[in-house]
Write a protein that binds this ligand. Structure first.
Ligand SMILES: Cc1cc2nc3c(=O)[nH]c(=O)nc-3n(C[C@H](O)[C@H](O)[C@H](O)COP(=O)(O)OP(=O)(O)OC[C@H]3O[C@@H](n4cnc5c(N)ncnc54)[C@H](O)[C@@H]3O)c2cc1C
Length: 280
């Protein structure tokens, strides 16, 4: 089967969004509290005005061949393009705790900058271990005085980290977590395996993430120690013609930042196409 050259711009989206469980997006001025699905709906509606083809499709493979990208879509179709922008996001590692699905997105979160304000002055838990768990617990002290670090097993803290937590009156609970309980989607308590419980209104996870797809890796991108794609100032990568924006790249993970990175990449892509056209 031959390759098809798409129109000026094609978006392939397989419809698996990181913030699917969120009920309201914060930190995006002018859109504060909007449901993520509504933000996407508005985005697509506005794209209709421009020459953009939008397709619900998964890209299963990408290769750089003679300065063009050859893409394979699930289902067999193959496409060719000159520039490729990956905004393919990440998958969060959600711990297997009984009840967590019910609370995820309403009482269980990842990011204090997204959901810390709404949970201000509430009893909060951080679920995580080691340096990252301690770091998240300390950062939540900006919003609440009552923060407990639940490590679901050995805390893995260095002496300095444990001392810092003590200084900020953050208790560490190493008991294994049995389940989360609450009313509807509102968390009320964390129950430990021994039977003890800890009343909490929200829990923030520090449990890691990975790239949602392997296209950046297949194309030969360089990655940070945390698994994000190494990008330059305008979202360029080590691969000519390939740009990576949003959570998949190495910067701060916020929707407004993802949008800004997309805009930066778009300018870089356009400038590069102009240079190619003019032979400069
Ligand atoms: C529970 C929760 C709450 C959050 N709350 C906030 C908040 O309040 N404010 C905020 O700013 N941020 C929030 N975030 C973070 C925010 O969701 C991300 O920063 C943002 O979604 C990043 O956008 P993105 O485009 O990089 O990734 P995503 O939104 O995850 O989009 C990735 C897209 O790529 C597609 N894709 C992936 N691989 C392929 C492939 N091979 N082929 C085709 N398509 C593919 C996916 O289907 C998806 O459409 C929250 C995250 C979570 C988990």
């Amino acid at each position: 089967m031959g390759f098809r050259l798409p129109g000026p711009l094609l978006i392939c989206d397989d419809g698996k969004y990181r913030n699917e469980a969120s009920v309201g997006l914060h930190g995006f001025l002018t859109r504060d509290g909007i449901h993520p699905a509504e933000l996407r709906r508005i985005g697509r509606e506005q794209l209709d005005r421009y020459e953009v083809e939008y397709r619900q499709a998964r890209v299963s493979d990408a290769r750089l061949v003679n300065a063009h990208f050859e893409l394979a879509l699930e289902g067999g179709e193959r496409l060719r393009c000159r520039k490729l922008l990956l905004a393919t996001g990440v998958i969060d590692h959600i711990p297997e705790i009984e009840g967590i699905d019910r609370f995820y997105g309403c009482s269980v979160f990842h990011c204090p900058y997204c959901d810390g304000w709404e949970m201000r002055d509430q009893p909060l838990a951080v679920y995580g271990r080691g340096k990252n768990g301690a770091g998240l617990a300390l950062s939540l002290k900006t919003w609440s005085d009552d923060v407990v670090l639940c490590t679901d097993g050995p805390a893995g803290l260095k002496a300095g980290e444990a001392a810092q937590l003590r200084t900020h009156r953050i208790a560490v609970r190493e008991e294994k977590v049995a389940r989360l309980e609450g009313a509807g989607e509102i968390l009320e308590q964390i129950v430990f395996r021994g039977g003890a419980s800890l009343p909490r209104r929200a829990m923030f996870l520090s449990t890691g993430q990975s790239q949602r797809c392997d296209l950046a890796s297949r194309l030969g991108c360089a990655f940070t120690r945390n698994g994000a794609v190494q990008t330059g100032k305008l979202e360029t990568t080590a691969v000519p013609g390939l740009y990576v924006a949003g959570d998949a790249s190495k910067d701060v993970q916020l929707a407004v930042v993802a949008a800004a990175e997309g805009a930066k990449a778009a300018i870089a892509i356009n400038a590069s196409l102009q240079q190619q056209r003019d032979g400069t």
